[in-house]
Design a protein around this ligand. Structure first.
Ligand code: 8Y7
Length: 307
């Protein structure tokens, strides 16, 4: 249980992830400012709300704040346990935007959405300035695709605010990551990186139970790398941290099926099932309703049906 790790962490400065990289803990219960995330009986769904003009799948459809708020509300009605709102596209080749532009996009939507929904809202940003403004506007957690490596101030912000955080692996930067991804052993390297970043987080005072790890499907990875990571997810769940997987409509599914993003629903659902059965705790998706139904069945296999 996460509680056990937290206690261990309080007793000493020993990182929660043992030197071997294994932990006996399994993800339990994670408090946020707007309700708890309980990983014990269910796989949770993080619904994607892009507020960018250039996202690869739904970019441009949500620039109007009113529309973005309506779509965020719809994500919750469809069964999202968390909403992840982002104002900078990180698709391969994308250019960064300034913190100002990012805030102009996400803050109005966040403020309005906060009045309408009661699930935790995650701010998808690697910039501490944007994260700080978003937390003030009602966000509950941070999704940092750089796992604290792009902005040196992010780790202390998250530690001070005592909020949950997603730490994702990426090789390179969004602009360059798909140019020539290379690994000797992708699962080991992603795992070692995540162990290092979790340790850094804990050393800065972040509660171990609040650190969610993520292999970063598609972020500096070839098709083979992505498949090896999905196959190797049990090596990541062995770390004892909550595990998030985001494969929704990504390029590797397009490569397998030979289809564009708007035809990648079934492939995304297959990746979601594979992730759930390998121990993922949160699935990040564009397609909440469909993913909910698929996960209900996959979870019945995983946890059994109770009640
Ligand atoms: C992921 C993500 C994206 C992911 C986490 C897309 C922001 C590309 N992918 N965050 N963000 N994990 N934690 O296809 O896999 O949505 S952007």
């Amino acid at each position: 249980m996460a509680g056990q790790i937290s206690q261990n962490a309080k007793l000493s400065t020993t990182p929660l992830v043992a030197v071997s990289g294994e932990s006996k803990a399994t993800p339990g219960y994670l408090a946020t400012r707007h309700g708890a995330l309980d990983f014990r009986r269910r796989t949770l769904i993080m619904g994607i709300l892009n507020v960018t003009p250039d996202s690869f799948y739904d970019g441009g459809r949500r620039l109007e704040p009113d529309q973005a708020v309506a779509e965020g509300t719809a994500l919750v009605e469809a069964g999202a346990d968390i909403i992840d709102i982002g104002g900078e596209s990180t698709r391969p080749g994308a250019e960064p935007v300034s913190a100002e532009v990012e805030q102009e996009r996400v803050i109005p939507v966040l403020r309005a959405l906060r009045q309408k929904v009661n699930v935790p809202i995650s701010i998808d940003t690697y910039k501490s300035e944007v994260a700080r403004a978003a937390l003030e506007a009602g966000a509950d957690m941070v999704n940092d695709i750089s796992a604290f490596s792009f902005d040196p101030q992010m780790v202390s912000l998250v530690a001070g605010e005592k909020i949950p955080v997603v730490l994702m692996h990426m090789q390179g930067t969004p602009r360059t990551m798909q140019m020539e991804p290379r690994y000797d052993d992708v699962v080991r390297e992603v795992k070692d990186f995540l162990i290092r970043q979790v340790r850094e987080a804990v050393n800065h005072g972040i509660e171990p139970g609040k650190i969610i790890i993520d292999p970063g499907i598609g972020f500096g990875k070839t098709l083979d790398h992505n498949l090896a990571l999905l196959r190797g997810l049990p090596e990541l769940t062995a770390l004892g941290q909550p595990l998030l997987v985001g494969a929704s409509r990504k390029g590797f599914i397009g490569k397998i099926l030979g289809v564009e993003p708007d035809e990648r629903l079934e492939g995304s659902l297959a990746a979601a099932v594979a992730s759930v059965l390998a121990g993922a705790n949160i699935i990040r998706t564009h397609d909440v309703r469909e993913t909910r139904r698929v996960i209900l069945v996959a979870d019945a296999v995983r946890f059994g049906v109770t009640g």
